[in-house]
Design a protein around this ligand. Sequence first.
Ligand SMILES: NC(=O)c1ccc[n+]([C@@H]2O[C@H](COP(=O)([O-])OP(=O)(O)OC[C@H]3O[C@@H](n4cnc5c(N)ncnc54)[C@H](OP(=O)(O)O)[C@@H]3O)[C@@H](O)[C@H]2O)c1
Length: 343
Amino acid sequence: MSMTYTASSKRYSYKNFKRCGNSGLDLPQITLGLWHNFGGKNIKAESKKMIFRAFDRGVTHFDLANNYGPPPGSAEANFGKILSKELKKYRDEIIISSKAGYDMWPGPYGEWGSKKYITASLDQSLKRMNLDYVDIFYSHRFDPKTPLEEMADALHRAVHQGKALYIGISSYSSKQTIKMYKLLKERGITCLIHQPSYSMINRWIEKDLLKTLNKLGMGCIAFSPLAQGMLSEKYINKIPKISRANEDSSLNPKLITKSYKVKIVNLKKIADKRNQTISQMALSWVLRHKEVTSALIGARTLEQLDECLDSLNNLNFTKQELKTIDKYAKEEHINLWSASSKN
Ligand SMILES: NC(=O)c1ccc[n+]([C@@H]2O[C@H](COP(=O)([O-])OP(=O)(O)OC[C@H]3O[C@@H](n4cnc5c(N)ncnc54)[C@H](OP(=O)(O)O)[C@@H]3O)[C@@H](O)[C@H]2O)c1
């Protein structure tokens, strides 16, 4: 893969776009996230190819955060290199997001929600990616110990200074979403989007968050829609060597339980009938809500990425399919981010 990358002329032939809430911004229904597999001193060759493949297939949105790596910051640095070279001429075709909220550097100003941390973190992200601005800047988690007004001030400042075009929030409860929406509105900013975890085995947003987003006219980008890979066939027989559950990272192998496997085996039967893989059905399923603008996936290989993008070939569900899915699409207590949305 060299500097001679030229994007496919067919990249906008895919029926990929959906309007983000009441905004003027369209987002691709599948977004590629760079949490895993894009860090390190040098980006893996396969990962670099995935970025180009995604863009060639109409994925105009790449999701990052200050801490993605490992080490933290390296995913932004690696993506920044590609943005400065191969993707340079496509900058205005691409939506880049970053976030601040989790542990990033030592001391009291290196995490959570103070204006000091959020402001410094965004400056660092811009430097790493060699950008003047990000398209979407997120508060990565709710901070119960910092006044929401202060966080709103920090986000407003980012927009006011031209360092972010749009603002988003991640893993906020319905109640805190309404509060933050109002605080930003008072400051002249419309909160664009919410980024919650959501999948067939993690359905917390259905309780009230989706209704709230609808009322506020905010978009929604659902992260970990494959439950970090649990919504695929890979764990049915055993935990494969090359898999997130075997990596001692964010997916605890203890989550691969009997009750989980029963769900997967039955979901596979439904997916088979739809001529989809479990992963493809899982992505189509999160996109069935009009409020869900995009499914925010991760991928390790080009093959996985292509499979995920092919989910867009069948986005419709019959009532009967949804009813059968509901029998097995039940909580598996996998939501690592629930503490943030408990407030
Ligand atoms: N706001 C937040 O707090 C937050 C938190 C988490 C994530 N995110 C965002 O959401 C993005 C996605 O998160 P995620 O990586 O957990 O999402 P995910 O799509 O649920 O999981 C991705 C993993 O699923 C497996 N996979 C993907 N496609 C597959 C396929 N076709 N067949 C079989 N397995 C497949 C791969 O696992 P293997 O490696 O095991 O093959 C891949 O690494 C992140 O990159 C980040 O941008 C945001």
